[in-house]
Design a binder for this molecule. Structure first.
Ligand code: ASP
Length: 486
């Protein structure tokens, strides 16, 4: 039977009330775009960095508030989710998530390679491509070893604000006997700590702590309760922040538009590269991933995807999957009704290591640069690119333009200098926003899929040994969020 749509003022009011947040968010994006365009073209001269900062100030405050939630959310959600599952179920959920992450990342890389090889955006000349910025000297083995080093932080407090980085120091020309530089492997080694949250380290420690608590049983309960409570409280703060997100997003988008490079850059050779990445991430995000979801869950993905729109918009506005994480949780748990025992386990790990958009972009960008330089790649080199692009995406942090940094690794395997990264810098800030959206979408579909596949076991777990039915933790968490609404 077809449903009747009524246009009465009451029905319209109800419709608006039910969809108030998405309506406000979309208005935030469009309002931001309009404001940005008006300000950008309201005068001849360039906007200074300071002026752009003033316009984006409210957005910056919103972003800072979101970021403040990253540590409490990651740690508490992982510990409480893993700690409340039994070991065998954690193992199953963990393996399902990892299998999904690996498969989809590899699929994204393959798709990227097919597209960049067939579209061939780099026609063999770097004319018209503006170079900017400077690249850092890196040595690929150091980058890979730093990934593992960061997984084992020696000091947890330091991991909350610093990440370990190995640097290689270029010998001074005056110290050389002849004027040729030795190979990078022979350069002096140094250590640097960058001012960036070591998410990998926190994720690994929280996972271990959760596992330890789940084996401790009654003895671990007080600490587990503490993390449950911290995680619920962080979600309550998230639900407050989400209501101010349209305003934050408005100013973030406006400042982005004022700041961006000339549109003409997008139209030249870089335009074709830009288009190839966008086409790839859209095919991957809106065709391949939903198809995987449908095949495994036997459910249509449309409602699920639509319910996540707040998270995509936040990802676009912030260019950070970690920053978007609180919103991702909220959409998954409140709108898609995914059990927090799954989301809080799978999302923090996914936001850190599962980046399909980034993986696809890394592969496309490396091959594009090789094409521009007129280097014909062998099959072996293309395979090497796929493997390093996967590693580079896993290693990239969920922060703005992290993929650009790990890209050096991919360039290195085909013998391209790190400086060549500067060929694509002009459009990277915008590509970053789109790939972050797809990274978040990939994590969300992963959580949905793992939940559907683990549903029976989770239900079984909720029926405790005495046959009593425990309240699922998502109901308890949602009660906390509901009661916090003003
Ligand atoms: N900004 C991306 C993210 O946060 C990472 C990247 O591709 O640079 O997911």
């Amino acid at each position: 039977m077809s449903r009747k749509f009524s246009c009465s003022p009451k029905a319209i009011k109800e419709l608006i009330h039910a969809n108030l947040l998405p309506i406000l968010t979309v208005s935030g994006v469009t309002g931001g775009a309009v404001l940005g365009l008006i300000l950008r073209y309201s005068r001849e001269e360039h906007w200074t960095k300071r002026e752009v900062m003033y316009v984006g100030y409210i957005g910056e405050l919103f972003l800072r508030a979101l970021k403040a939630l990253i540590i409490p959310l990651i740690v508490s959600s992982l510990v409480s989710a893993i700690g409340s599952l039994d070991l065998s179920l954690s193992k199953k959920i963990g393996l399902r998530a990892i299998a999904y992450y690996m498969t989809t990342t590899v699929l994204a890389v393959i798709l990227g390679i097919i597209l960049v090889v067939s579209i061939h955006p780099g026609k063999g000349s770097d004319e018209g491509i503006k170079k900017a910025g400077e690249a850092r000297d890196v040595y690929t083995p150091d980058l890979l070893m730093d990934l593992l080093r960061n997984l084992f932080p020696p000091n947890l407090i330091q991991a909350c604000f610093e990440t370990h980085k190995t640097i290689i120091i270029q010998p001074k020309l005056k110290d050389l006997e002849n004027d040729t530089l030795p190979p990078k492997a022979e350069w002096e080694l140094g250590t640097e700590h960058t001012r960036a949250l070591n998410i990998m380290g926190l994720v690994s420690f929280a996972t271990l702590l959760g596992l330890a608590l789940s084996t401790l049983g009654a003895k671990g309960k007080p600490l587990l309760d503490f993390f449950h409570s911290l995680s619920d409280a962080s979600m309550v703060i998230t639900s407050w922040l989400i209501w101010i997100s349209p305003v934050g997003i408005l100013f973030l988008v406006a400042s982005m538009i004022i700041e961006m490079e000339d549109f003409s850059v997008m139209l030249g050779q870089l335009g074709l590269y830009f288009g190839t990445v966008i086409l790839g991430i859209f095919i991957h995000g809106f065709l391949i991933l939903p198809a995987i979801y449908t095949i495994f869950t036997r459910k249509l993905p449309f409602r699920f995807l639509a319910n996540m729109s707040q998270a995509y918009i936040t990802a676009f506005a912030t260019a950070s999957s970690s920053g978007t994480m609180p919103v991702t949780f909220q959409c998954l748990e409140e709108k898609n009704k995914i059990d927090p025992r799954v989301t809080r386990f799978v999302i923090p790990i996914g936001a850190t290591i599962n980046m399909d958009g980034t993986a696809l972009y890394e592969a496309v960008a490396a091959i594009f640069i090789a094409q521009v330089r007129g280097i014909a790649l062998t099959i072996g080199q293309v395979v090497a690119i796929s493997i390093t692009a996967t590693a580079a995406a896993i290693g990239a942090a969920g922060i703005p333009q992290a993929g650009l940094v790990t890209m050096v690794m991919v360039l290195d395997v085909v013998g391209l200098p790190a400086e060549d990264m500067t060929l694509i810098i002009a459009v990277d800030w915008l590509l970053d926003r789109f790939r972050t959206m797809i990274n978040v979408l990939g994590d969300s579909i992963g959580a949905g899929l793992v939940y559907e596949l683990s549903k029976k076991e989770l239900e079984q777990m909720s029926i405790n040994a005495n046959g009593d039915v425990e309240r699922p933790s998502n109901e308890i968490a949602m009660d906390a969020v509901e009661s916090s609404k003003m």
